[in-house]
Design a protein around this ligand. Structure first.
Ligand code: ATR
Length: 282
C-alpha cells in the first residue's frame, strides 16, 4: 500500500502556526490525501530533524523563523526567487532525491495585494520598512510588478543601502534611513520590520502616504497591529495585515508540492472569522 505523503512546517517557536490548518483546508478542498504537521525545531537541530523527516516519508517542508536561511543553505537546487532572497520557506523532495528550495513569501504578498485587494503595483511608489530577511524575501517579486520605484527605509541605514544595491539591476530601488523620507510620498507602505511583534512602530513621519494609498503589515495577530492602526490614522484606503499573505504563500507551496492550485479566499475568510471570534473571547 502506498504510504501517505507527509508535509510539515518547522520553526522555533511554532506553537501558534496556522500552516497545518491552512494545508488541511487546501487538502480537503482539492481532494488530496496528505498529512501536514508542525514541529518545533531549534536551529542547531535543523539538519537532523530534516533528515528524520525525509526518512519518515516527508515530501515537502515549510520553514519559518529562524530556519529560512538554514533551509536556503541546505537546498540542493534553488528557484531564482529563492536564490535572490537568500531564504527558503518551502522545500520539495524531488524524484531523484534532491531538495528544491523555493521562497513563496514574495509572490504570496503580491497575490494578496493585487488579486485579493485590487491594489495595483505597476508604476506605483512603494516604501518598504525594514532591511532584514522579511524585506529580502519580498523585493524581487515586488520589482517584477514594475513599480515606479521602491525605497527601503531602515533604522540601520547601511543595511537598507546594501539591500537596495543587491537588487539594483532589477529595477529602480534605493535605501535610506527613516529621517530621509521627509517630503516623500508613497502609494503603498509595507512594514517588513519585526517591530510589530513587540507592538512597536518604526519612527514614521506624517504625510508619507499619498491620498488613496494603502498600508500592509507582513505581521498579523488577532488584533490590529500597531502599523495597521498607523495606516488607519493616515487615512489609508486599505490598511491590511499579513494574514492574506500567509494563506497565499501556503497556496503557492501547495501548488509546488501537489501541482494543484487551491482557492484561497474561502480559507482567508475562515481564518479571519476565527480570529475575530478569538479576539472577542480573549
Ligand atoms: P526578519 O527576518 O523578520 O526580517 P531581521 O532580519 O532580524 O528579521 O530584521 C528585522 C528588521 O526589523 C530590521 O530591519 C530591523 O532594523 P535594524 O536593521 O536597524 O535592526 C527592524 N526593526 C526591528 N525592530 C524595530 C523597531 N522597533 N523600529 C524600527 N525597525 C525595527
Amino acid at each position: 500500500m502506498k504510504k501517505i505523503d507527509r508535509y510539515a512546517v518547522f520553526g522555533y517557536p511554532i506553537k501558534h502556526s496556522k500552516s497545518p490548518r491552512i494545508h488541511q483546508l487546501f487538502a480537503e478542498q482539492t481532494g488530496q490525501k496528505l498529512v501536514y504537521t508542525a514541529r518545533e525545531v531549534p536551529p542547531e537541530s535543523f539538519n537532523h530533524a530534516l533528515e528524520q523527516f525525509l526518512t519518515g516519508g516527508g515530501k515537502g517542508l515549510n520553514c519559518t523563523v529562524p530556519l529560512k536561511e538554514l533551509a536556503w543553505q541546505r537546498a540542493d537546487q534553488l528557484t531564482e526567487r529563492a536564490h535572490l532572497s537568500k531564504a527558503v520557506n518551502t522545500l520539495k523532495l524531488q524524484d531523484d532525491g534532491s531538495l528544491l528550495g523555493d521562497n513563496t513569501d514574495g509572490v504570496g504578498l503580491v497575490n494578496d495585494l493585487t488579486v485579493n485587494h485590487g491594489i495595483p503595483l505597476n508604476n506605483r511608489r512603494i516604501l518598504i520598512l525594514g532591511a532584514g530577511g522579511a524585506s529580502r524575501g519580498i523585493i524581487g517579486p515586488l520589482l517584477e510588478q514594475k513599480p515606479e520605484r521602491i525605497v527601503i527605509a531602515n533604522r540601520t541605514v547601511g543595511k537598507a543601502e546594501q539591500l537596495a544595491q543587491e537588487f539594483s539591476r532589477a529595477g529602480n530601488i534605493s535605501g535610506c534611513g527613516f529621517e530621509a523620507l521627509r517630503g516623500l510620498q508613497f502609494d503603498l507602505i509595507v512594514n517588513a520590520t519585526s517591530a510589530s511583534l513587540s507592538n512597536e512602530l518604526p519612527p514614521l513621519a506624517e504625510g508619507l502616504l499619498r491620498e488613496a494609498g494603502s498600508c500592509y503589515d507582513l505581521a498579523y495577530g488577532n488584533e490590529d497591529t500597531a502599523f495597521v492602526r498607523w495606516g488607519q490614522r493616515q487615512n489609508a484606503i486599505q490598511s491590511l495585515d499579513g494574514m492574506g499573505m500567509l494563506v497565499e504563500q501556503a497556496a503557492e507551496a501547495f501548488y509546488l508540492w501537489r501541482g494543484l492550485r487551491p482557492t484561497t479566499q474561502s480559507v482567508i475568510d475562515l481564518l479571519n472569522a476565527e480570529r475575530k471570534g478569538a479576539s472577542v473571547t480573549s
